[in-house]
Structure formats: structure tokens, C-alpha cells
Write a protein that binds this ligand. Structure first.
Ligand code: AMP
Length: 293
């Protein structure tokens, strides 16, 4: 695996091999790698000649300085995992390389309203930062296919809109299913921050999504949403339930009837004392996404 730290070096190398017809799959991450990230690398490897993974903890997408500070940073073991996964390139840029000019940190994109609700409402500016970093990384890596996880479902939709609809880039954007721990908790770099007690109770998120899926034939969306909200609110380790919603997977707007959308996703965000966790599952699915439970 070749490790690059400077954008111009990896840019040049990738352009050279792409000229010869080599296809490039790209997996952007913030590091603290787990099997969820590695599943994206695996899928990218199967579908491309070479795979690039980037590790960059992007300051502009953190709305709370403390969250940025305590985000796990584990570069050496991450690089080992990528070598073992036979990843071809690792890109670890500095902040100055990603944002060489101050204005780049202020750059705003019109994200079609997909950035306003759900995570957007609770993490102001978050998707602006995600759009900035991914847009910049796409300029440097210019992959044939970008691999994202359904774990960050809203992020996937926002980036699909940014890269394909708004910027019309010649890239395929793929969403991969959520990889979970044995007890169902969605893998996340933030899980290591949980205490033992929080970790045990965090499985409630997956259980509630499973229950939503199981009950979706017998109940209309709104009463079902209210029942699941009650279950989550009754969990003592959850300090705040930011949201549990059933939405159209395309527009991310709430549905009132199951027939309102072809694809329906249930999304949850909850604050535990040591970390805020998100999870989701497709409740109704037409083949565009892959089920995640
Ligand atoms: P992050 O490092 O958290 O920014 O995540 C980098 C990429 O990995 C994103 O596209 C995430 O959606 C994806 N990802 C994170 N956790 C998982 C998971 N448990 N299963 C599948 N993909 C994931």
C-alpha cells in the first residue's frame, strides 16, 4: 500500500494510471477503522482495479469543538488494517492541504434542502462541512466510483445530490449496507467512547428499528413512529432522543402513508452520556437500496 500525504502527489499518480484505463474506487473516512469501513474497501476492490482510502478528521463538519477533540485518531492500526485488506492507496492529508485557502472553509453548496432536517437540524453546518471535504477530496482523487455507507443515510443522499445532481461529476456513487456488531449495534468509530453500561443499552437502537420493520405491515407510519418513540424515551441511558422518524428515502421528508414513497427509511439519533449515536434501516425498499438489518 502506498501512503500519500500530499494531494498533488496522489492526484498525479492516479491521473497517470487512469490514463492507462485503470479504474479507481474511493472510500473516504475519518479513520478509527472498523469492519464497516473495511466492507466498503472490500466492495471497492471487487469492482475496481485499485482502491484509495482517505483518512481525514474534517474539522469543518464538527459543530461541537469537544466532539472534534475527542474523535478517536488511530492512524497506525488503521494503516495496518488497510494493508491487511489489500487496499492500494492510503491518502492522509493535512488540514492545510485539504483547505489551502481560508475561503474554502466558508464555501457553501445548495444541497437541495436534504441538509436541513434530521441530522441537519441537530448539527447545524454539519453537511456544509461534509460537502466541502468530499467535494475537495473528489477533485484530488477523481475516482470512477465513490463508496459510502448506508449507516450515514442522510449523508449518502446529500452527497449523491451534491456530486451527481449539482456538480454533475462523472462518478458512480454507491451505498453499502450497514455492518453491525453481533448484538445488532451498528459499527461506529464513536462506539469506543461508550461506557460498558451505555454500550449494553445502545443495542436498543437496533431493536427499535427491527421492531419498526416487523410492525410496518400492521400499523400506519405515524402511530408506529409514536410507539417506537415511547420505547426509546423509556430507555434510561438515552439522555436525549434527537429524532426517530419514518421518511421518504429520496426527499427525507416524513411520510403519512406507506404508499407515499417507494423507499421508506426509519432513522434514529440518540444522545448517550458519552456519545451521540445514529442508526437507520430501510422499512420499504424497491431495490435501489440494500436492507440493513
Ligand atoms: P466515517 O469514518 O464515520 O466518516 O465513515 C466513513 C464511511 O464509512 C462512511 O461512508 C460511512 O457511512 C461508512 N460507515 C461507517 N460505519 C459503517 C457501518 N457500520 N457499516 C457500513 N458503512 C459504515
Amino acid at each position: 500500500m502506498i501512503i500519500y500525504h500530499r494531494s498533488q502527489d496522489i492526484d498525479r499518480h492516479l491521473r497517470e494510471i487512469q490514463k492507462q484505463g485503470t479504474t479507481v474506487g474511493f472510500v473516504p473516512t475519518m479513520g478509527a477503522l472498523h469492519h464497516g469501513h473495511l466492507s466498503l474497501v472490500e466492495e471497492a476492490k471487487q469492482e475496481n482495479d485499485v482502491v484509495v482510502t482517505s483518512i481525514f478528521v474534517n474539522p469543518t463538519q464538527f459543530n461541537e469543538p469537544d466532539d472534534f477533540k475527542k474523535y478517536p485518531r488511530t492512524l497506525a492500526p488503521d494503516a495496518d488494517k488497510l494493508i491487511r485488506a489489500n487496499c492500494h492507496f492510503l491518502f492522509v492529508p493535512s488540514e492545510d492541504d485539504v483547505y489551502p485557502e481560508k475561503e474554502m472553509r466558508k464555501q457553501k453548496f445548495d444541497l437541495g434542502g436534504l441538509d436541513i432536517r434530521l441530522e441537519g437540524a441537530y448539527r447545524p453546518g454539519h453537511f456544509k462541512g461534509v460537502a466541502q471535504v468530499v467535494s475537495r477530496l473528489m477533485d484530488i482523487v477523481h475516482p470512477d466510483t465513490l463508496y459510502l455507507g448506508q449507516k450515514d443515510f442522510q449523508q449518502f443522499r446529500v452527497l449523491e445530490y451534491l456530486l451527481l445532481t449539482l456538480q454533475k461529476r462523472p462518478v458512480k456513487v454507491k451505498a453499502a449496507p450497514i455492518v453491525r456488531e453481533e448484538d445488532g449495534l451498528a459499527m461506529s468509530s464513536r462506539n469506543v467512547l461508550l461506557t460498558d453500561e451505555e454500550r449494553k443499552s445502545a443495542v436498543i437502537l437496533n431493536q427499535c428499528l427491527q421492531k419498526t420493520l416487523d410492525s410496518s405491515r400492521q400499523h400506519a407510519p405515524e402511530p408506529l413512529q409514536a410507539t417506537i418513540e415511547e420505547l426509546l424515551l423509556a430507555e434510561p441511558m438515552i439522555e436525549e432522543l434527537d429524532y426517530f422518524e419514518l421518511v421518504d428515502a429520496e426527499t427525507l421528508k416524513p411520510i403519512h402513508h406507506w404508499e407515499d414513497a417507494e423507499n421508506v427509511v426509519a432513522l434514529v439519533a440518540a444522545k448517550f452520556p458519552s456519545a451521540r449515536l445514529i442508526d437507520n434501516t430501510l422499512v420499504k425498499e424497491s431495490g435501489r437500496f440494500r436492507t440493513t438489518l
